[in-house]
Design a protein around this ligand. Structure first.
Ligand code: SAH
Ligand code: MG
Length: 211
């Protein structure tokens, strides 16, 4: 048994709701790129532990991470979820409804960069931000996150290792350059405490300001 199988077996960490979402995504032939079960758990745990009441999700797919994030919200908390594809947002909406969480979520369809500019203009603030959309725009999303974060907000980002492309200096694709820039900035920005966990495809966790 490999370590991933061991963790799955020990935790049974995907309950029926999450299993159904993963199955729904597969049945619809959407890409199998939802966060892995233990990262989903980590999202719930981090939202709950941080006491977040305003969560921002960038990259929705079928609502798997959305359910995990929304489950951690404190009573009265709300989530705003940004997704390019209206079809995916509809799938997620239905899956959040089945999980009994749809009241907590507002979907904004379109390029996340545009939605983020609107949120900045409206002076919205979030105490938990999860980035998991198109990789080339991670630096753009980070800029917006700094403007939208409350002092001490938590920021998480999936795929920060980009299948190890970031580690190979020969790789000069726009995605690799963007992710290296994202990681470097998160590691060195003044007032940010951060860690890049080498879990799955790399999971960055950062506390923005407030220190
Ligand atoms: N966080 C999800 C998985 C997201 S997959 C989960 O773990 O359940 C990446 C998502 O980002 C896809 O749904 C894709 O449609 C979306 N996406 C890609 N480019 C985007 C953009 N420019 N703006 C907003 N969403 C985008
Ligand atoms: Mg991802």
């Amino acid at each position: 048994m490999d370590r991933s199988a061991y963790i799955q077996e020990t935790y049974h960490c995907e309950d029926e709701v999450l299993q159904a979402i993963r199955a729904d995504i597969a049945a619809r032939k959407m890409p199998p790129i939802s966060v892995q079960p233990e990262l989903g758990r980590l999202l719930t745990l981090l939202v709950a532990t941080s006491g977040a009441s305003r969560v921002l999700e960038i990259g929705v797919l079928g609502g798997y991470s959305g359910v995990c994030l929304a489950r951690g919200l404190r009573p009265g908390g709300r989530m705003t979820s940004l997704e390019l594809s209206s079809a995916y947002a509809e799938v997620a909406r239905a899956n959040l409804a089945r999980a009994g969480l749809s009241e907590l979520v507002e979907y904004r369809v379109g390029p996340a960069a545009t939605s983020l500019s609107e949120l900045v203009r409206a002076q919205e603030r979030f105490d938990f931000i999860f980035i998991d959309a198109d990789k080339v725009n991670y630096p753009v999303y980070l800029d917006a996150a700094f403007k939208l974060a409350t002092p001490g907000a938590l920021l998480c980002a999936d795929n920060a290792l980009l299948h190890d492309a970031v580690c190979d200096s020969q790789v000069q694709t726009p995605e690799a350059l963007a992710m290296r820039s994202f990681n470097h900035r998160l590691a060195h920005e003044q007032g940010v405490v951060s860690v890049l966990l080498p879990v799955h495809d790399g999971f960055a966790v950062a506390r923005i300001g407030g220190v």
